[in-house]
Ligand binder design. Sequence first.
Ligand code: SAM
Length: 342
Amino acid sequence: MLGSISPVAPPNPPLEAPNLPPCPRCGAPLVLPPGAPGRSLECTGCALCLERSGQFFDALGERPREAKAAQVEEFYRHSPFPGYAPGLTLGDLVERARRSPFLTALERTAPTSGPILELGSGTAQTSAFLAAAASGRRVWAVDGCRASLEHAESFRSRVGLANLHLLRADLFDLPLPRRAFPFVLSRGVVHHTPDPERATREVADRVAPGGLLVLGIYESMARRPHDLRRRAAQVFGRGFAYATDPMLRRGELDPEKARIWYEDQYRHPLEVLLPLPRVADWLHSAGFDWVRSVPPALDGDGLADERRPSAAGLFLRRLGWFVRGPFDVDNGLVCLVARRRD
Ligand SMILES: C[S@@+](CC[C@H](N)C(=O)[O-])C[C@H]1O[C@@H](n2cnc3c(N)ncnc32)[C@H](O)[C@@H]1O
């Protein structure tokens, strides 16, 4: 499967549509079907239809979406996450990412060539960082929200990132091969769906044998303090959130990014808190081994393996997250890193 999505150009790229990646689903060339509108593409292998704008490919088009997915897309249409600071350059984005031990570790761990997949990329800033850091990577950033990906495409084309591709698709109907990607990231996504277990399975299914999954969830104990703050903000108003939220209190976000953070953290229409042991069990039964969780904080050496904590050890770890919760800038977002066994 991997060969079908390698960064190597297909042997006979269609003349009508140069500089296109192969079909994300089957790896065959994409062509402009005769008589179709100029933005339409069709796969010569599996007949997948995509609308194209630059390197933004839309598999959903105008098709109506399931009610919850439509509600979540509408939410992000007004508050595409994460926000782009005006005039952000690629250098700014890379420098900011390198200041984050998590993103640095992610970048050091991801293969430096071949396909990388981010599911629920939002405005694709992490994907842009991974693509910028190694030109041999072909990064697919997938999200259900057209507006978020339009922001991503506008940044991508402005800074000229050729190895970043943006795909609009629903997590529950992904036009992507199973067991094909050696590195899959999905951070802050499955808990915004009506069925986080199935969403987790869809994400995990894309990981190749031996490949790594980095799955970010709102962990139920880690997020509880924020959940209480969120409820209090509903009573006391936005000012309460701005005065107590660790990220907003830092004062580093420009007003629009701060607004988007506030909306995402305090007014999201669909959010489910997930206990880490349960998600680890889902992944175990999907054929994955524990690599580590983040936190604990990273030391800059990549996403190194740790021994899976015992049930008691994991409970104590989660208790620590709960206690530190009021001061956590991530508001209880915890990453679970796992490797596919077979
Ligand atoms: C909080 S944002 C996370 C963005 C990015 N992963 C990050 O960490 O910056 C959640 C993203 O999940 C996407 N999402 C939620 N449900 C989805 C679905 N069913 N299909 C595709 N994307 C979905 C949303 O559109 C949104 O952009």
